[in-house]
Write a protein that binds this ligand. Structure first.
Ligand code: SF4
Length: 333
């Protein structure tokens, strides 16, 4: 249960010196919501199994739940029997993966978040204009692999300001940058500043690549961190935006911060001497997991959480057109 800031909760004597602050917004973003619903509806419509390339979103509970309903998660398309249906994850895929699917006659449903697709478009446009593209992101992340695959001859990865001295470009006056959607806003600005120092004519993307949900969740965790003894971030270890929230919480003044997949991973020792606990969750985290953390805290004498609102979100993305078409044909639109 939560109360809104400005309406002081009635506290039991043992909870009087304790507080729980809950970030808002937190949890599911529009891209994750769309991707999860895509797999659910594909299972309803086509029946199990429905194959999914990579984790549909980076949350182990979401993946386990969909697996229990008949989704089969694979790393690469050669694990999918020819002719079967495969869903591409929210993180996006390179054109080469689309080609492989065609060769194997797979029916594809592309659940790539539209905000990742936007970055793919930017990559293609800069490459068509023959810019060298510096993609700020984390090596090995699926989204980075998908974006880089749009223009492999033009894109090079930059992970931090430390990489900037080693960048080699063909023409210093024709350099552009793009980024992964789930990075730390502040760190990315530092990296861009370092790149611009070397390449003053650096071309910016037409709009922010770090998505609204990542930005809002970082803003929200900054609100609940300065007076927090402990910030608990709910999210999986392979969730880039969740891992960033721990870093942002510590930078914003939290005395300690930990990421957990769910309440079972909370170490009781983290609560020693802790008055204020702040809680948030990454963009791929179902709210039930946050509820579990709040219940854990309540059992240990912490009061109801006070929600701290820092931004409103109302964005919803339409389902992938290929799925909408089939739903409509089946009279289930
Ligand atoms: S975190 Fe951002 S880019 Fe990723 S799925 Fe959500 S809205 Fe899309």
């Amino acid at each position: 249960m939560t109360t809104d800031m400005g309406m002081p909760p009635i506290l039991s004597p043992e909870a009087a010196d304790k507080a729980v602050l809950l970030a808002a917004p937190r949890g599911y973003c529009a891209g994750v919501d769309r991707a999860v619903i895509t797999v659910e509806k594909a299972l309803d419509l086509y029946g199990a199994p429905v194959y999914v390339r990579k984790q549909i979103v980076h949350n182990k509970h979401v993946v386990a739940d969909l697996e229990s309903r008949g989704a089969i998660f694979v790393e690469e398309l050669d694990e999918v029997p020819a002719g079967q249906t495969v869903v591409f994850s929210a993180h996006g895929v390179s054109p080469e993966v689309h080609r492989q699917a065609e060769v194997r006659s797979l029916k594809t449903i592309d659940a790539t978040c539209p905000l990742v697709t936007k970055v793919h478009h930017e990559a293609r446009r800069f490459a068509n204009e023959d810019y060298d593209i510096l993609l700020i992101g984390h090596a090995g992340h699926e989204e980075v692999e998908g974006t880089a695959g749009e223009a492999p001859d033009h894109i090079q990865l930059v992970q931090s300001p430390a990489d900037v001295p080693g960048i080699v470009v063909r023409d210093p006056q024709r350099v552009a940058w793009l980024s992964q959607t789930t990075l730390s806003v502040d760190e990315t600005l530092e990296t861009v500043a370092a790149i611009r120092e070397r390449f003053p004519d650096l071309l910016d993307p037409p709009s922010d690549d770090i998505c609204y949900a990542t930005q809002n969740r970082q803003l929200a965790v900054k609100e609940i961190s300065p007076n927090a003894d402990l910030v608990i971030v709910v999210g999986s270890g392979n969730s880039s935006n969740s891992v960033r929230l721990v870093e942002v919480a510590l930078e914003a003044g939290a005395k300690s911060s930990y990421r957990v997949d769910d309440a079972s991973e909370i170490d009781e020792a983290w609560l020693d001497g802790v008055s204020t606990v702040s809680v948030t969750s990454g963009a791929s985290v179902p709210e039930a997991l946050v509820d579990g953390v709040l219940a854990f805290l309540a059992e240990r004498g912490y009061p109801d959480a006070q929600a701290v609102h820092s931004a409103e979100e109302s964005l919803i993305f339409a389902l992938p057109p290929e799925l909408r078409r089939d739903l409509k044909a089946a009279g289930r639109a």
